[in-house]
Design a protein around this ligand. Sequence first.
Ligand code: ADP
Ligand code: MG
Length: 475
Amino acid sequence: MKKEFEKVWESCLEIIKDNVNAQSFKTWFDPVKPIRLQTNVLTIQVPSQFFYEWLEEHYVALLKKVVRKELGAEGRLEYSIVMENIYGVKPYTVRMPASNKKEVRNPSMNMPIDIKGGGIRNPFIIPGLKQPIVQSNLNPDYSFENFVEGDCNRLARSAGYAVANKPGETSFNPLLIYGITGLGKTHLAHAIGIEIKKRNPEKQALYVPSEKFTNQFIDAIQNNNTNDFVNFYQMIDVLIIDDVHFFSGKEKTQDVFFHVFNHLQQNKKQIVMTSDRAPVDLQGIEQRLLSRFKWGLAADLQAPDLETRIAILEKKAYADGIEMPRDVIEYIAYSITSNVRELEGALISLLAQASLNKKTLNIDLARQMIDKFVRNTAKEVSIDYIQKVVCDYFNMGIDLLKSKTRKREVVQARQIAMYFSKQLTKSSLATIGMHCGGKDHATVLHACRTVNNLMDTDKKFRHYIQELDKKINLA
Ligand code: ADP
Ligand code: MG
């Protein structure tokens, strides 16, 4: 059963939703929790001081209106702010009436920061601030907004988003994002940090590559200030540590990381890590660390599927203000399948080619360029691409080609796709069959024979094949 205050807030949200855009709603209203209703006063809990001020600054009129609508002319709103002191878990709750900023006190403002070892020597700290805020080292380009969601990254992305919403409070702690190079681990790791800082600027969030962590630690040993090092890391609220496979074989660094890790975890601080492989495959990492990595969630990133590749290219082109012909985008997306970094690389080279040599950005240029670009990465035409070209040529949906239908035109197109797949890819007959409507290897073999026969006997058919051959073959 929903409590009265929950129902009231829900009705408020209904109206608010219609009056603010989806992104703002998600950012500013999703994290709000109603906590009580007492004689016309609805109390909502917000995650931070900043949050409260933002709501008051930007949404006070709307909030007043909806609260009065729900609770009558006497209706009022109160905020409860949950504050996290930077030492650990001691929460503060500050109550205040809406629209009365003078009463706002932020208890953590007055807290001196006590770091042992005579001041903070860590280079991350911006000196001279009353409450030193760690320089987060976050790259603003690597935001959630710029991260294209697809089947290949859905789990990792949603887990990351959940963590960003409630750092340290979800069961995804630590969150380990893993996958081979170029799939977006670093991007996603930054996105979490950026989102957290956006919502809670007072949180100490820090992005650090494992290599840098290691080097800092070595410096700290040499300068005799490992205490400072440890203290610094232990006061972080959100530690984002990239490429932890780098720790492999480095026992001392693992040791110190183990202590930092434990401290943060015990204090409900969020830890986000990335790695180029799953925890079980991480060799050279101590068992006690590995077992802790498994406490939270390990989410993998897969190579991007076709739709995601197209979406990423479109987004990048759009962000750069470039009009990319659709067929060029598709061509790149079909040709480069391994990872996002290469996809981006191809796009950039193509743009450079076009602008430096004042050439028109079209499919021919894309072909020449990709051919060069991809030769190094042992490219072969993909079955998917062949199917696409064949389907485009016969003006037929690719679903139809992959279906079980026995309609003549479809059967023929399917056979042609099989024929080219056999000729131009290294895929086995069985694999080709699987991609073309779940046929077995004998069917593929039969298709190849049929196409060969028809080429000998049917002039029109031969013309099809020659044209298609040109379209599929790059040069
Ligand atoms: P990794 O750390 O896994 O090696 P990166 O995070 O450095 O990979 O990603 C490589 C490049 O690809 C970056 O420029 C990043 O912005 C981009 N990228 C990766 N995944 C996506 C995605 N889903 N949407 C948009 N850009 C992406
Ligand atoms: Mg990376």
